[in-house]
Design a protein around this ligand. Structure first.
Ligand code: F6R
Length: 600
């Protein structure tokens, strides 16, 4: 979603800020802006709707590069997409410039109480915040005190990452955060503030992760951090281990294709991390397994693709570890908590570790004293920090908005965790080695899926994915992949449920993809495919080798049946990719979507 970058004390601020914004583009945004200053009274304030490249063109035309500045990509929440609503927002006296991630819940109330005589130019909650800082400064407060006072007025539930510049102290950045990530970047040739460390790797790899309630004052050669109690604190810095190449597309036309292809390597990486040379499990502390073993029920909480991965993981925890497991959509659980068992244990699944819906649930259940584990791709994220335990997904940066390798990684880590608590009944490590080989084999056959996408989806407005059991869970993910990037309305369906209403949607030529990897229900599923075919559907069966029949559209290599979701999802990812490409759409950045959904 929104992204923040800021630098001070560099020779040229603009290139760092624009490169930073470009690195944040994948998170989703609809406008961008930058404020630059040089410490000698010159400044520039440029905002644009649309892409960062459009902002860059405008900024380069302006020519001013500055030695300090703040910049932002905005994903509209309060107020439509417009130049006025883009950040930075500035105060009416042109003294303060502010960028903000998050939502100020009581902004209307603050406006009514404090800003009656200020003419606002935007519809944003952020403008209220910057006008408040200006008001308090005009009343005689220092910038630090005015910034603090504004923050103290925000309703308890407000989430924020703020970065402020006072034109009268042009080399100082004021940063503050709560429930929204913000880091300070340290280097010998200038310092930085960013909502995502990868955005600043061209300047530095050394970062301090600000904690909730922190306020940081960042100067070219000095960083001072105060905690929530306004006490000076020393926060440890860490070195980002990411290789800049991990965030590059390399020879790939789109990140999504690169990330689909990476799934074989990710599988090996996860197995290598969690299994020792002799097959012994490692990397999952006994503290986690002991706590889970005490539980009488697991509650997996997640959103979107991660929720779909949870539906697969449920099977491993129930079947191998004998632990009853419920899987919940975070945004529902947050406000309609079901009746819990006596000893619940929570698992939060998340690629980003920042999803606001999941964070809300984690907050709630922590207040009730229940233990929680977060399994996330971004370690050090809010969900990993705030849960009792955290395990890494190790998928590497996932840049395309549509999640692919994080989904398979989530299934893999859940399988390994379940095997630590129980008994899969086969050699999981050896089987995962086979899974990696077979994922590679499927991704090597891209032209097959490109052809299927061309045959089935060129002119279609709707499509279906069907399955039973684990295949029904994968069908949900397959449908989400196709609809979110190609805009073809696609339903993922438990095939047995079709005849109870939805089959009436099937018409001549409707594409229906069936995932057929579960032996118990293979016959029934073939029957359901025949029923839709008899009503005109264009059907494609993706069957596992042991269950395949002549005429199936693709034969998936055979691995242990419970691990088949790891293979069955790959054709769906590739079909979504090629169908989207054929429609000439931006595969990596679908409309209206953000990579990290940090608002509820
Ligand atoms: C879809 C997708 C989303 C995310 C969801 C949760 O391709 O990526 O559905 O899975 O927004 O995000 P995380 O996993 O970051 O909590």
């Amino acid at each position: 979603m929104c992204g923040i970058v800021g630098v001070t004390g560099v020779s040229k601020a603009l290139p760092y800020l624009l490169q930073g914004l470009q690195k944040l583009e994948y998170r989703g945004y609809d406008s961008a802006g930058v404020y630059l200053t040089d410490g000698a009274g010159q400044d520039a304030f440029i905002k644009e709707k649309g892409r960062v490249s459009q902002l860059a063109a405008k900024a380069e035309k302006n020519g001013f590069e500055g030695t300090a500045g703040i910049a932002h990509t905005r994903w509209a929440t309060h107020g439509n997409v417009s130049i006025e609503n883009a950040h930075p927002q500035k105060s009416a006296d042109n003294r303060f410039y502010l960028v903000h991630n998050g939502v100020i819940e009581n902004y209307q109330e603050l406006k009514d109480i404090y800003l009656n005589n200020v003419t606002l130019v935007s519809q944003t909650d952020t403008e209220i915040a910057v006008q408040l800082v200006a008001k308090f400064a005009a009343e005689g407060m220092t910038t630090e005190a005015a910034f603090r006072k504004m923050i103290s007025l925000l309703a308890g539930n407000s989430a924020y990452g703020f970065l402020l510049i006072d034109q009268q102290e042009p080399e100082t950045l004021y940063a503050a955060k709560k429930k929204s990530p913000l880091l300070v970047g340290l280097s010998d040739h200038g310092n930085a503030v960013t909502s995502d460390a990868t955005a600043m790797i061209d300047l530095t790899k050394e970062f301090i992760d600000l904690q909730d309630g922190d306020l940081a004052i960042v100067k070219p050669d000095q960083v001072t951090i105060y905690d929530e109690q306004e006490q000076k604190v020393d926060r440890p810095s860490f070195t980002l281990t990411i290789d800049p190449e991990d965030t590059d597309k390399g020879a790939y036309p789109y990140y999504m294709l690169k990330e689909i292809d990476e799934q074989a390597v990710v599988t090996r990486k996860i197995a290598g991390h969690y299994f020792g040379e002799n097959g012994e499990l490692q990397g999952i502390g006994c503290a986690i397994t002991d706590k889970m073993a005490e539980a009488d029920r697991l509650y997996i909480v997640a959103a979107g693709t991660s929720y779909h991965a949870g539906l697969v993981g449920k099977r491993y925890f129930e079947q191998w570890a004998n632990l009853p497991t419920e899987v919940h959509i975070a945004s529902e659980f947050a406000y309609d908590q079901p009746k819990l068992s006596d000893k619940p244990f929570f698992i939060f699944l998340s690629q980003s570790g920042e999803t606001a819906d999941s964070r809300e649930v984690l907050d709630n259940i922590k207040k009730q004293g229940y233990p929680a584990l977060t399994i996330a791709n971004v370690m050090n994220s809010t969900l990993t920090r705030e849960a009792d335990f955290a395990l890494p997904l190790l998928a590497g940066p996932e840049i395309a908005v549509a999640s692919t390798k994080a989904y398979t990684a989530q299934i893999l880590v859940q399988a390994i965790l379940a095997s630590a608590l129980g008994e899969p009944g086969f050699d999981l490590k050896a089987e995962l080695a086979k899974v990696a080989v077979e994922i590679q084999a499927i991704t090597d056959e891209k032209e097959v899926f490109q052809q299927i996408a061309a045959d089935a989806l060129t002119d279609q407005r709707s499509a279906f994915y069907l399955g039973r059991g684990l295949d029904a869970a994968v069908a949900l993910e397959a449908a989400l992949k196709l609809k979110e990037i190609s805009y073809i309305q696609t339903e993922g369906f438990a095939a047995g449920e079709l005849k109870h209403g939805t089959i009436s949607l099937i018409e001549e030529g409707t594409p229906v993809f069936a995932l057929l990897t579960q032996s118990k229900t293979a016959g029934l599923l073939r029957g359901e495919v025949a029923q839709v075919a008899a009503r005109g559907a264009k059907t494609f069966i993706f069957a596992s080798k042991d269950l395949a029949k002549e005429g199936d559209a693709f034969v998936l290599p055979q691995v242990q049946e419970l691990l088949m979701p790891l293979l069955a999802v790959i054709p769906a990812q590739l079909i979504a990719y090629y169908a989207t490409l054929a429609r000439d759409l931006d595969v990596d950045r679908p409309r209206n979507l953000a990579k990290s959904v940090t608002v509820q």
